[in-house]
Write a protein that binds this ligand. Structure first.
Ligand code: TMP
Ligand code: ZN
Length: 424
């Protein structure tokens, strides 16, 4: 189900050739955070169906380039063949797409050019870019179910497969001259960055930009977003790591843009080394402001454990007082929280979610079912724990949630510090 990961994906630190590395030697990656054995975060299955199982969830830090990475890599075919994660079509995401479209246009010199999207999910972004006048677009996604939806329902041509030299060439043949490759929240899921960047380079024209959007490790550490650590996220990106990686792989890092989406993200813009595109001052600026050390991780680890203990005791107290508690947002983050806290159906009755693919399935590692968000009208629990905290504001403004709160429901956001709305 998984293989050990020992050498740094970005800079190669710890690589000792075919024999592998010896444990305990000083130049190994350093363990900085451990959540023990955990289920796969998107392994939502119907009651009685076989589950994929458990794998260690441990983070290692590279002392040379500061990249953080998991100690194991779960086989991608297990994680992604039937993928339940559908890009949110929320208002927050729409705003983000607007911003991204503007940034892409700027990078394309004011034009709305052609785009290949890696990990295009059900085609939402490409559909949006097409509506904004971008040229030919083509998606590549390994999930059969989502590629099918993109092709048949969204009208977005999508190749079903992993991103490699072959699928890249196929996509390129569909779009022609290539202005941008976009990879949103997929790069840190990839095990072999060398393979990924080679595939990208093989279809880059001199002017093509490779726009990699990733959650930013610095934000995760500062805001203690430990729940974004799960098996799909094999790496936690730093700008330092990306710069070193790009230069190893015949690219250069030409621009860094920060976004607020998903708790803090980066758009890392790469161009082929041979391109004449100048390096934007943002690269140095953000690099200078990035300092991630073992102490940063120590502090994060202590705070994360405290957050887990706080939510656990909050829910326990509520239950002891006869209150009914449910979750909102069956995100991968919800799986991390629920299992870190050890919740079962006795603690959380259900997790509400608007993704029909997840309905009536059990939250990974537990007996807690996912149900449609409309259920909130009839179930009326006393507390809702918001596991989709990245959309907390938007969720609280939903008529459904507003009505429930007006009737006395309390909305609990567990990060950065547990907060109850309305305040007691
Ligand atoms: P994400 O943070 O990984 O995108 O997951 C957010 C989850 O929350 C996803 O499963 C969809 C769900 N969600 C709702 O159910 N209702 C909503 O209004 C929003 C914004 C998200
Ligand atoms: Zn490294």
């Amino acid at each position: 189900m998984f293989t050990p990961h020992q050498a740094c994906r970005a800079c190669g630190f710890g690589f000792r050739g075919p024999g592998g590395i010896k444990a305990g030697t000083p130049d190994n990656l350093t363990e900085v955070f451990d959540l023990g054995l955990q289920p796969l975060a998107n392994d939502f299955v119907p009651d009685g169906a076989e589950r994929s199982g458990y794998a260690p969830l441990k983070v290692m830090h590279c002392p040379r380039c500061t990249l953080a990475q998991l100690s194991v890599t779960v086989r991608p075919d297990i994680l992604y063949r039937h993928y339940n994660y559908v890009t949110s079509s929320s208002e927050t995401m729409k705003h983000h797409f607007e911003r991204l479209a503007d940034d892409l246009r700027l990078l394309m010199g004011g034009h709305t050019g052609t785009v290949i999207e890696v990990g295009s999910n059900d085609g939402l972004l490409l559909q949006f870019l097409s509506s904004k006048g971008f040229g030919n677009v083509c998606g590549i996604d390994p999930a059969e179910n989502l590629a099918h939806v993109a092709n048949t329902e969204k009208g977005v041509q999508t190749i079903n497969g992993l991103f490699d030299v072959k699928t890249a060439a196929e996509a390129k043949s569909m779009v022609g001259t290539l202005d941008a490759i976009v990879a949103r929240h997929v790069f840190c899921h990839v095990d072999s960055w060398e393979q990924f960047l080679n595939a990208a380079l093989s279809v880059c024209d001199d002017h093509t930009v490779l726009c990699i959007e990733v959650p930013y490790c610095k934000d995760m550490l500062e805001k203690v977003e430990f729940d974004t650590i799960y098996h799909e996220h094999t790496s936690y990106m730093t700008i330092r790591a990306m710069k070193i990686l790009a230069e190893r792989m015949a690219f250069k890092l030409v621009k860094v843009i920060r976004y607020q989406i998903h708790g803090g993200a980066l758009l890392l813009v790469l161009a082929p080394e041979r391109s004449l595109r100048p390096v934007d001052p943002s690269v140095k600026e953000f690099l200078d402001a990035e300092e991630i050390t073992l102490d940063t991780w120590k502090e994060f680890s202590a705070k994360a454990k405290k957050q887990i203990a706080t939510l656990r005791s909050f829910v326990q107290t509520a239950r002891q007082n006869g209150k009914r508690v449910a979750g909102f947002g069956a995100s991968a983050k919800s799986t991390v929280w629920i299992n870190a806290c050890g919740f079962t159906r006795k603690d959380l009755e259900t997790v509400y979610d608007n993704t029909s693919l997840k309905w009536w399935k059990l939250s990974p590692g537990t007996d807690i079912p996912v149900t449609p968000e409309g259920g909130l009208y009839v179930d009326s629990p006393d507390y809702l724990i918001c596991f989709a905290w990245n959309f907390a504001q938007e969720i609280m403004e939903k008529p459904l949630v507003k009505k429930w709160m007006a009737e006395g429901g309390k909305f609990v956001v567990p990060v950065p510090e547990l907060k109850v709305y309305p305040a007691p």
